[in-house]
Design a protein around this ligand. Structure first.
Ligand SMILES: *Cc1c(COP(=O)(O)O)cnc(C)c1O
Length: 412
């Protein structure tokens, strides 16, 4: 058998987590539906409780091979760009064990983010949150965290290493989102993580947009990598799920918090997420290519003001994206000329773009977004008619024709 670390990322995405003791003779790890796991003897049960190990039968709340297989694959995803061919083998082995130790699964992306925060914060702490963070993360800061006596301070996503000027004795953690999922600024994650590590502060990144395929967060210095698997992992708009991956140093406190809060995903959902993952590399390449083509087309229109897509120089942090990322996914925003009314009319008249939350599925979506309402320390000055597009797997020429018809019908 090849050393998995010598295989290319696309190959690893296909093979990861498919241990023969879990799959048996079939390709996909089957759906193990269970609450009760049965023991051979009373002593066997006592020994099992004592070990409390991952990937061992215990009780339904600790999952079964269906969930373990997915978690294992997602852990390996953080390592797919660390080929041992490129490094001194011994050094590679040790550093890899220190990068990604395991993955915890949650019933939604929001649960994954918020429970990871609960695991690292305690009353009296200060959390730094990037000002482009996703609205439910801001809501959690203002809700439960505040009630627990944890203060959240928002920072400019473009401040990079200068974040150290905001540190105080109580600063315990930093939550980042790069790119921001409405406005797409790319933060200097390695610089922020370096500053945080020097001060003993834990860094968490919502890496839903890029996934580890385009941005291997843990290898770039992040302590805790979080994704809404609902999006590109599942890929078919039919399952909610979140995942948190980290190194050994943070593993026990995260696992303990998740266990205490009874977090579990169903084997049926884990099965669908594993199935989605197998085609993710192929899907992401198509999302990327079509989104870039459509963004270029939009960029040439007089009635479009700014393209907020990390692969475009008009996007804040574009140079950092070029330095750190291996690609771009299918989600970006456009600031159009005109007002929100024009933006809404354009969206309403699209035929191939659904109107709805979430993204990462095979289908295209359009949404009127309101970044001006989601800012605390920075100001949104790009204009308020912002349309966020998710480019699906349809033929991009059909999508362009659909956009052209609606943009032309609603001239500024
Ligand atoms: C969708 C999303 C989430 C939340 O995921 P859910 O599974 O919908 O709870 C978190 N972060 C980002 C950037 C998202 O787009």
């Amino acid at each position: 058998m090849n050393n998995p670390k010598d295989l290319a990322p696309d190959t690893q995405i296909v093979t990861a987590g498919r241990r023969s003791e879990w799959t048996g003779p079939v390709v996909n790890t089957p759906i193990w539906r269970a609450s009760t796991h049965l023991y051979d003897s009373c002593d066997d049960l006592i020994q099992g409780v004592k070990r409390g190990a991952d990937h061992e039968f215990f009780y339904g709340r600790r999952g079964s091979p269906t969930q373990w297989s997915l978690a294992d694959a997602l852990t390996q995803m953080e390592l797919i760009h660390n080929s041992s061919k490129d490094q001194n083998r011994d050094a590679a082995q040790t550093s890899i064990a220190n990068i990604a130790h395991g993955t915890l699964l949650f019933p939604s992306g929001v649960a994954a983010i918020n429970i990871a925060l609960l695991a690292v914060l305690k009353p009296g702490d200060v959390l730094l949150m990037s000002d482009n963070c996703y609205d439910p993360s801001r809501g959690f800061a203002d809700g439960l965290l505040k009630k627990m006596g944890i203060e959240t301070r928002f920072f400019d996503p473009m401040m990079g290493a200068d974040i150290a000027t905001l540190f105080c004795d109580k600063t315990r953690a930093i939550l980042m989102e790069s790119p921001g999922s409405l406005t797409f600024e790319i933060s200097d994650i390695p610089a922020i993580c370096k500053a945080a590590r020097a001060s003993g502060i834990t860094t968490l990144l919502d890496n839903t947009w890029a996934t580890p395929y385009f941005f291997p967060a843990l290898s770039k210095g992040v302590d805790i990598s979080i994704i809404a698997a609902t999006k590109y992992i599942v890929g078919h708009s039919d399952v909610m799920m979140g995942a948190v991956t980290c190194a050994k140093k943070d593993w026990l406190r995260l696992r303990q918090t998740a266990r205490q809060l009874g977090q579990i995903v169903s084997p049926d959902d884990a099965y669908l997420a594993s199935r989605g993952l197998r085609t993710m590399a192929a899907r992401l390449k198509t999302h990327e290519q079509s989104a870039v083509q459509i963004a270029h087309w939009l960029d040439r229109r007089d009635d479009v003001k700014t393209i907020l897509h990390p692969a475009f120089p008009s996007c804040p942090g574009h140079d950092i994206w070029k330095r750190d990322f291996r690609g771009s996914s299918g989600l970006f925003s456009v600031v159009i000329r005109g007002d929100k009314k024009r933006a809404a009319a354009i969206i309403d008249d699209l035929n191939l773009f659904g109107i709805g939350f979430s993204w990462g599925g095979f289908e295209s979506l359009a949404l009127l977004v309101h970044p001006e309402q989601n800012r605390s320390t920075t100001h949104w000055t790009e204009g308020n008619a912002v349309i966020r597009l998710h480019i699906g797997l349809e033929d991009p020429d059909d999508l362009i024709a659909d956009l052209a018809a609606s943009f032309d019908k609603h001239k500024e």
